[in-house]
Write a new protein. Structure first.
Length: 361
């Protein structure tokens, strides 16, 4: 009967795999990684919160596609939490962790990846349902979308907890991997192959849908000149989704390939030298998504800009209200629409982008 090592600290497992975490994450290099990670984690929290708030605030986003997009932003927000936890439990600290704390660290990362992956897969199904009927949005009810979102997180949490539930090497340390010293190599092979296969399936599905939309749009545009902009709307949404998917595949594929090589016990592949850089590349994916949403979707950008701009305008108006006499305020808010000079300038900044974006949508 094999001996189990649940009571050991991580230094026992790291020493077995000859992984010298202290040399890799010390001095200026550690400080640089922490500063880099802290800055991008803050950006992840703020930008993805704006995306979620925009979907809640703007009634034009109250459709299944945007609910799922908001859930993808929530997955990126959760990824930020996982990266923060990782930053304070990595490097020299890794060897001092208990087995359960290390499982929690990796489980958070696995959960965030699965949540994003399954969410993209559900969006693919939603896009297929709508695009094949040449509709902008599918007919999914709010109850069904809510059920889908709950299911996405249930699957993500389960997949993140699989190693903790038993698929590990604590009772058979001969099959322990190098990158994840208490994960079984067979689990790493399963995990990486599963994700890579899903990547491939989604890419094929989205390419097929996109080609279908382009073909249908060209046919309809030649016969229906009065609704070209409406016909192009599904194409714009597809471009947004495909850009998000492309960024996801580019950022996560290298790390998954490294995990696969480790699971296959490739000792001459030099995976220890590139693992932290591929992890930072995965971090960039959660940074890129909000930028993609705002850049590819004019209405999303207009809503986010309006929230930021108008919140600063409200604060400045509150400061002015304590200094400006009430008679001036009354004249500045009558139905003729006259504002004080500062209000005109700030209203132009907020309104110019809105008008332009409405014209583009």
């Amino acid at each position: 009967m094999n001996e189990c090592y649940y009571d050991k600290r991580m230094d026992f497992f790291y020493n077995r795999t000859k992984t010298d975490t202290a040399d890799e994450w010390t001095g200026p290099q550690l400080i640089g990684v922490l500063c880099f990670g802290t800055f991008f984690c803050l950006f992840i929290f703020i930008s993805n919160s704006l995306v979620i708030a925009a979907v809640v605030k703007n009634r034009r986003f109250h459709f299944p596609f945007y609910y799922l997009l908001a859930n993808l932003a929530a997955a990126d927000f959760f990824a930020g939490i996982a990266y923060v936890f990782l930053m304070f439990n990595t490097g020299p600290v890794s060897k001092t962790l208990t087995v359960n704390r290390w499982f929690l660290r990796q489980g958070l990362l696995d959960t965030s990846l699965t949540a994003s992956l399954v969410n993209l897969l559900v969006i693919a199904v939603e896009r297929h349902m709508s695009i094949m009927r040449m509709k902008i949005h599918s007919n999914l009810t709010k109850k069904r979308v809510t059920f889908l979102i709950i299911s996405i997180w249930a699957i993500a949490i389960f997949m993140g907890a699989v190693p903790t539930l038993g698929w590990n090497c604590l009772c058979d340390i001969t099959v322990c991997s190098s990158l994840a010293p208490i994960y079984s190599r067979s689990y790493l092979v399963f995990w990486s192959v599963l994700n890579l296969v899903v990547f491939f399936i989604m890419v094929v599905v989205y390419i097929r849908i996109y080609m279908y939309v382009q073909r249908k749009t060209n046919v309809l545009s030649s016969h229906t000149s009065g609704s070209i902009s409406r016909r192009r709307t599904p194409v714009k949404l597809m471009k947004t989704v495909m850009t998000v998917l492309g960024a996801f595949v580019v950022c996560w594929t290298p790390g998954l390939v490294v995990l696969l090589l480790d699971g296959l016990n490739c000792t001459d592949c030099g995976i220890q030298n590139v693992k932290r850089w591929f992890l930072l590349l995965a971090l960039l994916n959660s940074v890129m998504n909000p930028i993609i949403y705002s850049y590819k979707d004019d209405e999303m950008w207009a809503t986010m800009k309006r929230m930021i701009c108008c919140s600063s305008e409200d604060k400045s108006q509150e400061r002015r209200s304590s200094r400006i006499p009430s008679t001036v305020l009354c004249r500045s808010t009558d139905i003729s629409g006259h504002y004080i000079e500062d209000g005109i300038i700030q209203g132009t900044v907020c309104g110019k982008g809105d008008l332009g974006d409405k014209g583009n949508s």
